[in-house]
Design a protein around this ligand. Structure first.
Ligand code: B12
Length: 210
């Protein structure tokens, strides 16, 4: 269908107004919201993720594409709810306590949202108690971001606090951010690590399937 292809291309090219217009056009033409989400928005973000991994596009292009996706998703959301399109899972995401960096965290959140996950964005400087509250509120995944060597250790204390609250078994925990490595994630007892936003989408799918 031409509209789906145009919507996908608008996301890839980061054209927010075109993406919004295509979603409205699609809905008016009777295309289901779930189809617009899967074959337009998610397909577009998947392509951007692929291009990023191949070194064909960089962070700025990815951010612009993610913004186009978010703008179109805002229009689509009430229709998705009305159609009852199931969410793939609920992800509570935040930057660890003491850390104010949020560009990467926002990118991960937008990619996940574009891939059909419900996002609870806890913001920056997030204490363990807030993550715990989100798990009690139904989050299946906790995603923590840290950009400072001084705040990455708060990931470990947050995981510890989740364990002490007796909630560790009911949630998957993933971590990321420039100073984080796979071996650090293993050391602190996280379920997974991804180095960028597109691999974060794959990671969430994997940990939820495990
Ligand atoms: C922009 C920036 C800032 C901005 C932040 C604005 C904002 N709203 O985020 C401002 C100016 C506020 C800032 C402040 C500071 N910064 Co600063 N900052 C940066 C900078 C230049 C870029 C970070 C960024 O946005 N990268 C782009 C994004 C897209 O990449 P990313 O965050 O790595 O995210 C990707 C992946 O890591 C991954 N990812 C990220 N999170 C997650 C989470 C999960 C779950 C998963 C799976 C994946 C994932 O996916 C993302 C997308 O691909 C870095 C340098 C660098 N090269 O990283 C320094 C840097 C991180 N900052 C640094 C420092 C020291 C500071 C300050 C302490 C400076 C100061 N003296 O005041 C303060 C700290 C403030 C605080 N308490 O947090 C140092 C950290 C050094 C260290 N080893 O700890 C760096 C490395 C600069 C340097 N070389 O010295 N900073």
């Amino acid at each position: 269908m031409a509209i789906l292809e145009e919507l996908r291309a608008a996301v890839v090219d980061g054209l927010a107004k075109v993406a919004v217009a295509k979603v409205s056009e699609g809905l008016a033409g009777g295309i289901e919201a779930g189809t617009l989400l899967r074959e337009g928005l998610i397909a577009g973000m998947a392509e951007v993720g692929q291009l990023y991994e191949e070194g064909e596009v960089f962070v700025p292009e990815m951010l612009v594409a993610a913004r186009a996706m978010s703008a179109a998703l805002a229009v689509l959301k009430p229709h998705l709810v009305a159609e009852g399109v199931p969410s793939n899972g609920r992800v509570a995401i935040g930057t660890t306590q003491g850390d104010l960096h949020d560009i990467g965290k926002n990118l991960v959140a937008m990619m996940l949202e574009g891939s059909g996950y419900e996002i609870v964005d806890l913001g920056v400087d997030v204490p363990a108690a807030k993550f715990i509250e989100a798990i009690r509120g139904g989050a299946n995944v906790v995603a923590m971001s840290a950009l400072l060597t001084t705040t990455m250790t708060n990931m470990q204390s947050t995981i510890e606090a989740i364990r002490e609250a007796g909630l560790r078994e009911q949630v998957r925990i993933i971590v990321g951010g420039a100073p984080i490595t796979k071996s650090y994630a293993d050391e602190i007892g996280a379920d997974g690590y991804a180095e960028d936003a597109s691999s974060a989408v794959r990671l969430v799918k994997e940990v939820l399937a495990a």
